[in-house]
Design a protein around this ligand. Sequence first.
Ligand code: NAP
Length: 267
Amino acid sequence: MMIMRDRKIAVIGAGNMGSAIAGGLVKYADAEICLANRSEDRLVKFADAYGSRPNLKLTTDLADAVVDASLVVLAVKPWAMKEVIDQIRPSLLDDAVVISVAAGIGLADLKEMIGRDSVGVVYMIPNTALQVGKGMTFAASAGVDNERLDYIHSLFAPLTRLKFIDESKIGAAMALCSCGIAYVYKFIAAAAQAGVELGIPYDDAVDYFTATVNGATALVESSGLTLQQLVNAVTTPGGMTIRGVNELERKGFTAAVIDSIIAPLKK
Ligand SMILES: NC(=O)c1ccc[n+]([C@@H]2O[C@H](COP(=O)([O-])OP(=O)(O)OC[C@H]3O[C@@H](n4cnc5c(N)ncnc54)[C@H](OP(=O)(O)O)[C@@H]3O)[C@@H](O)[C@H]2O)c1
């Protein structure tokens, strides 16, 4: 049985997502991390941000990066994926696992591009909150045994919550969480705009409302109460908050959120 611990992990692409993943892995993984980018400037930026570490290697040679790597994370633009896989294929280990974070490139596409049945593939959908060790990441896999899935789980655990799901659900998960994170920003911004009208400076309003959202999410996660019970706890009959909650509904808040989650999946 293959033991993947203490081996090499290659991350190809030092853009926003590749750097966030490599930065987290360098910090927490018990492995050598090789981050590759075709141009040097992003590697320089990465080195500035994360400093030098004994388990980190930076290179512009994509093929060299994957030599001896048991795990390869592909974090390049979807349209560059085929070109990049063509470059790394000759040095890819036969029993490597390739994780792609490119939106829209599914397991069958990945398998076809790699062209080697022995290589396991993972289609992963992270989001930017991974930079701060938070957020929700979904993944689907093909040809990856349970031991390697457990290893991938343990690698990503300090970076993000990670859930393996059936590939048919990836689109829905992406709409809910990868797109949904933008709606949370919009919600905070809208609240701050209202705060300004009420005399609270914008930055303070963002700060205060963000703390409120943090408090709300912590209660959702840990209080054991349902969402309706949490709403009931702050809506005294005849009080102020229920007037605001009902105004949200009159303005179509629930319908707008539902439509915004579903809209990205419509052509
Ligand atoms: N950002 C997110 O929130 C997010 C969420 C989920 C998934 N993703 C996925 O993550 C991937 C990277 O996105 P990003 O946001 O990190 O983009 P980004 O910051 O623009 O980085 C793009 C990366 O792709 C590389 N690249 C582009 N064309 C290439 C080519 N022909 N050959 C080799 N490398 C090439 C770039 O290298 P150069 O520096 O040389 O141009 C850079 O490393 C995408 O597939 C995206 O779908 C991103």
